[in-house]
Ligand binder design. Structure first.
Ligand SMILES: [Zn+2]
Length: 248
């Protein structure tokens, strides 16, 4: 039985690959026509590009000024050699670390959802992430483990990493990050069940001495069959290394 299933799966993939090719060819043909007669659309896109660049430079300017103030307030001299470029560098870093606000889950998984009759638990373990604690603006980092029971659709495995980053690149608390990743998987796949577990070390705790280095916080969000079916839940937790020593 399993080989037959695999054969069906690969046949289906070939069909969808060739129909994709057809779509691309058609889309190209259509695009040429549009290019010839639709200059206003191109101009529109250019304007949007300029708006985006202008918005970014406005944000960088404000953040650079704010970081200069921060340096002065803590007793530093923002004009000394080592710090001259720091406010701009910090501004760019902060925009990068919060770039998840710009994206949506649907855009991100576009083209990576495949029809598949698999209905067994899929587990993607040890996805590294780093995020920023919204209470102290200091990093927390660790591993995300994702499990889901497909319901006619599966997601390309690398997209789970992108989904995690989408939510991690914002100001976060670990509990909300866990739920948002789970809800995104429901949104794009409508699976029979989802489980997300995060194990993380919070630098705001470690650096302020509230928590020792090496200790960690574990959060989980379980939905659908992975919440309601005790044996499936157990199968997921048996597969993730959350109870081992936490080491980055
Ligand atoms: Zn914190």
């Amino acid at each position: 039985m399993p080989p037959k299933k695999a054969l069906n799966g690969s046949k289906r993939q070939k069909v969808s690959a060739s129909s994709k090719l057809l779509e691309t060819v058609e889309a190209n043909g259509q695009k040429q026509e549009e290019d010839e007669e639709d200059e206003p659309q191109q101009q529109q896109q250019q304007v949007e590009g300029e708006d985006h660049a202008a918005a970014r430079s406005r944000k960088l300017k404000s953040l650079t000024e704010a970081y200069t103030t921060i340096l002065e307030v803590i007793g530093e001299d923002p004009s000394r050699e080592g710090l001259v470029k720091t406010p701009l560098r910090a501004a760019k870093a902060l925009l990068y670390l919060t770039k998840g606000y710009q994206d949506t889950a649907q855009e991100l998984v576009n083209g990576a959802i495949f029809a598949e009759e698999a209905d067994e638990l899929v587990v993607v373990r040890d996805i590294d992430f780093s995020s920023m604690c919204e209470h102290h603006l200091v990093p927390f980092r660790g591993k995300v483990h994702v499990g889901y029971i497909p319901n006619g659709k599966v997601l390309g495995l690398s997209k789970f990493v992108r989904l995690v980053d989408l939510h991690a690149r914002r100001l976060q608390v670990q509990e909300r990050l866990t739920k948002q990743i789970a809800n995104s998987i429901v949104e794009v796949l409508q699976p029979k069940g989802v489980a997300v577990t995060i194990q993380a070390e919070h630098m705001c705790m470690v650096m302020r001495g509230v928590e020792k280095s090496g200790s960690s916080t574990v959060t989980s969000c379980l939905l659908g069959d992975l919440k309601n079916d005790k044996s499936l839940r157990q199968e997921f937790f048996n597969q993730i290394p959350v109870n081992l020593h936490f080491r980055q």
